[in-house]
Design a protein around this ligand. Structure first.
Ligand code: LMG
Ligand code: NDP
Ligand code: PMR
Length: 399
């Protein structure tokens, strides 16, 4: 089955969001939401209208099944109509929570093949089956982000599969809020920053080449950030706060032996390490944007999908927290979002023709409309981004 009229696709991938950037500059983001949401949804409506028109025109038509060596857009039926092949997206940590919900949302469109990059093959297979993802729409490949060897092995295996790489989603994470002592990755980095940041840093650096080779009309690299790493919000001010300091711990390798296990050189704190790792994630995307967007045309973005208070992320937290956190977020902060809804949001950042802007941190307002949010001062500090990049490339063996 051919996707009709894909000749128009590249143009349709750049629907502008009129007036948006000036509006976002005025925003305060105390709750991760803009205080001018109403204004914003008005401003977005024209983009949404264009989006709806796009979907009306092309949405109902299905993409053809993937043929790896096929060009992304190729001449189809006689009469000049062109076809768009299935997109190929790698999602790390797709065995639960947000990653799984995103895999499901993308697979259901019939336009994407999802490579679930997971550390537990069996869990991933069961998760995909119970989510009802059709088997032709996904494959599972082993990836343990807490081992740089595994990251390199994954990249090799992926290349051997000869699938194109059109979008990379760095989603996996661990959160160890109750740990009293640090634990470590295979290479001896503190586990939260080692997994969430350094594992993804190596993965994304290596896969940049592969993304670059793709001929898909809109190539993207996405990292999941968070409100809790942004100290310009209330959530980001709940102690312990994210703070990279002068990065002496990171520079020393976070090994807890001759250096601290924390990026800023302080005492171990699992909740802070997680928040610091999210700051690194958000800084990394901006540094990618600065270094590679112009040259490659790849879209680099991060996002805060909302508070998905029911996921496995909180598995290490005390039972009382796990019990109270979802109602607290639902009824008090109103920041709660279901796994399904969050999956749709991330799927939007992967494939929505109106979200191609690079260097952006996406959030959603209470009507579930996306907007460009503002990062905290630290999470948007260009010098820190460069420093994180330079130290990290040494730690993962790229420099
Ligand atoms: C730590 O505790 C944990 O120890 C750690 O393991 C980890 O989980 C970490 O961040 C994660 O948190 C934080 C602890 C202390 O907070 C608590 O969770 C204790 C609960 C306190 C109860 C408050 C009452 C709320 C009523 C809710 C009733 C429902 C119950 C549900 C509870 C579910 C749990 C969430 O945190 C504190 O110190 C408490 C106060 C923190 C408030 C922070 C406010 C910051 C000030 C705001 C300034 C804003 C400035 C912004 C500037 C922006 C400028 C643009
Ligand atoms: P989950 O715990 O449900 O999902 C995390 C995924 O990461 C799991 O699939 C897990 O695998 C995987 N993972 C963990 N360690 C590794 C590793 N070493 N190698 C490979 N995969 C690994 O949590 P969420 O879905 O909530 O989290 C997804 C993302 O969303 C994270 O980046 C998180 O920071 C972010 N986020 C979450 C929010 C929330 O409220 N939940 C809010 C803001 C951001 P396994 O299934 O094997 O454990
Ligand atoms: Mg938070 C005002 C809104 C708001 C939002 C959107 C979140 C999101 N949180 C908010 C407020 C508060 N939280 C307040 C006022 C408190 C003190 C009672 C509070 C507490 C709290 C704790 C203890 N919140 C937490 C924790 C966690 O352990 C979670 C965490 O920090 O993980 C790193 C968390 C979160 N709150 C959020 C979100 C999205 C999280 C979790 C996950 C993440 O950042 O990825």
């Amino acid at each position: 089955m051919a996707l009709q009229a894909a000749s128009l696709v590249p143009a349709s991938f750049s629907i502008p969001k009129e007036g948006k950037s000036s509006a976002s500059l005025r925003d305060t983001t105390l709750f991760g939401l803009s205080f001018s949401d109403t204004v914003k949804s008005d401003l977005t409506s024209s983009a949404l209208r264009s989006k709806r028109e796009f979907h009306k025109k092309f949405g109902a038509v299905r993409a053809q099944t993937v043929a790896t060596e096929a060009p992304a857009v190729k001449a189809g039926a006689p009469g000049g109509k062109k076809t768009l092949r299935k997109g190929s997206v790698v999602i790390t940590g797709a065995s639960s929570g947000l990653g799984l919900a995103t895999a499901k949302a993308l697979a259901e469109t019939g336009k994407w093949h999802v490579i679930m990059a997971c550390r537990d093959f069996l869990k991933a297979e069961r998760a995909a089956k119970s989510a009802g993802i059709a088997k032709e729409n996904y494959s599972i490949m082993h990836l343990d982000l807490a081992s740089l060897d595994s990251v390199r092995q994954f990249v090799d295996n992926f290349r051997r599969s000869e699938r194109p790489l059109d979008v990379l989603v760095c989603n996996a994470a661990v959160y160890l809020p109750t740990a009293k002592e640090p634990t470590y990755t295979a290479e001896g980095f503190e586990l939260s920053v080692g997994t969430n940041h350094l594992g993804h840093f190596l993965l994304s650096r290596l896969l940049l080449d592969d993304l670059n080779k793709s001929d898909y009309p809109s190539k993207r690299m996405i990292i999941v950030g968070s409100i809790t790493g942004n100290t310009n919000t209330l959530a980001g001010n709940v102690p312990p706060k994210a703070n990279l300091g002068d990065m002496r711990g990171l520079a020393g390798g976070l090994n807890g032996l001759n250096t601290s296990s924390m990026i800023d050189g302080g005492d171990f704190d699992g909740a802070k390490a997680y928040k610091d790792s999210k700051v690194c994630n958000m800084l990394t995307m901006q540094e990618f944007h600065r270094r590679y967007h112009e040259e490659t045309g790849i879209t680099f973005a991060s996002l805060y999908p909302g508070c998905i208070a029911t996921t496995g992320l909180f598995r290490e937290h005390i039972p009382l927290f796990r019990l109270l956190f979802p109602p607290f977020q639902k009824f008090i902060t109103k920041g709660f979002v279901s796994e399904d809804e969050a999956g749709k949001r991330l799927a939007q950042v992967v494939s929505d023709p109106s979200l191609t802007k690079s260097g952006v941190y996406w959030s959603w307002n209470k009507d579930s409309a996306s907007f460009e949010n503002q990062l905290s001062q630290e999470a948007s500090d260009a010098d820190k981004a460069r420093k994180v990049w330079e130290i990290s490339e040494k730690l993962v063996g790229l420099a």
